[in-house]
Design a protein around this ligand. Sequence first.
Ligand code: AGP
Length: 614
Amino acid sequence: MCGIVGYIGPRDATPIILGGLKRLEYRGYDSAGVAVLQEDSIEVRREAGKLANLTESVQKSPLSGQVGIGHTRWATHGAPSQQNAHPHLGQTGKVVVVHNGIVENFLELRDELSAEGVDFKSETDSETIVHLVEHYMASGLDLIEAARATFGHLEGANVVVVMAVDEPDKIVTARLGNAGGVVIGYGDDNEMYAASDIPAILEHTRRVVFLESGQMATITRSGAAYETVDGSKLEISPQTIAWDPVAAEKGEYRHFMEKEIHEQVRALTDTLAGRVDFDEGRIRLPQLNLTEELAQRIQKIYIVACGTAAYAGMVGKYLIESIARIPVEIDIASEFRYRDPIVDENTVVLAISQSGETADTLAAMEEGRSKGAILWSIVNAIGSQAMRVADGFISMQTGPEIGVASTKAFTAPIVDLYMLAILLAELRGELDTAKRRQMVADLRLVPDLVGQVIERESDIEKIAHALKDIKGCLYLGRGINMPIAYEGALKLKEISYIHAEGYPAGEMKHGPIALIDEEMPVICLAPRDPWHEKMISQIQQAKARGGPVVAVATDGDELVADMADHVLWIPETPWMLSPVITVIPLQILAYHIASLRGLDVDQPRNLAKSVTVE
Ligand code: AGP
């Protein structure tokens, strides 16, 4: 999770920015930097590693000034290093930028700018932004118009903060899509703040504005001017937020679950962070300690997990078997630990766990260890048991997940499993270069595709109103989206207390179809994937028995739209990554049904965020 802090006012910006970045530390990062405007230059300090390294660098070589921006970075493009750390200076040394998100068209922009003579200093996509702003300022535009022109060039979900020596009275920022938030803070005595999250500025102010996607702000000492990126002026007044850090952490959202659903664009950007070489079309998972020798001798993978994590593992089975051709078995952890599984030194036991402390999952890992398996884990909580005891791990890198109902810690491990499958396939010679490059390139689409579905929330909320009083619900899926039927049902039942059941759609005729009548809505996952035709007939079978059908369908699929009572639309998506997208409307649907029923969405009855007991 990248962190951003900006300040403009009468005080020295440096300690305010460093203090703000410290409050964002828990979100995880791998480098940090700060930039401060001087009379006719910009001072920048950047360090790889922890914030302490930056603080030490600033102590050794102080910088001060009244206008500054700072950043903590999860590397997405380019390794974690000083040269790739933000803030990024342009060639003139008079414009500087910090950035969250992925500039999806950065390769094209980089080529265009290089052809104009720009000499790139870093491997990042972010650096293209500052050179574009400089390019437009050199053509005569002022900072605001140069920034606006630049924002119009960026594809994907991005947050940008930019400032320039020649216009020291302002900081310009924009939120483009859902790559995380931008909070504008109103201080006293002619000072203003910008941040990616409230905790960074909570000690200075409780009066804030949250930028929406497609909005930009020009921040001066006396306040901020708001407009849409395409130039329509906006009148936005600051709101006063709750003082307590927990409420403040929710920011503009009513519940952590709502925030975490929306956070998935940034969380998925971050789970890709430092692992995808888009130029070479390669995956790097250094913490897994996976050698070519080990990859080639693996004969079986057991994925062990509980609840939502197990359903992510079920998707992983399809991905690893399809891409790397290694047999995969999914085991609910509480069963695996007691069934004397067949394991040897060429078997991997791969645990998936958000908390990394789930008792059954840890016990399953222990069972694998006792039988000589190679232990891997995919974990969100840094430093947790499941991360420590494994021979190798993949960190989900989504930042803390507070809501009991898991959302970003479901979609992130699916992306991690997709990356793992590609890496295993490459090391085992199962994937030709062209196919591998295409599969890696598809990853770049994921954050923005998720953002597109999240932006349809109001349509999904309308369907939640239609379903909020149902007594039961069936979720049906096939193939790689069959696990999403289980996950969608779990989301609904655990926060709305409505009985909901996920089922392989092909199983309906073997019994469950008896349940279907006008009182039993059926949610059918029918995206354009290899099982689409099968799901069409499933929808027909449900309709024939009078069941109301809610279909998850790909934009433009009129065949499904004509048959279903409601449609949860998703954009066209590479089918192997479609579960990351098809689950989003089901998360949002469950969230709104539970909210409409007035239930405690973040702390549902009888449930805990981490089940550390048997
Ligand atoms: C999911 O929404 C639930 N909170 C629950 O099923 C959870 O996924 C399960 O308890 C596993 O937790 P873990 O990922 O922390 O191991």
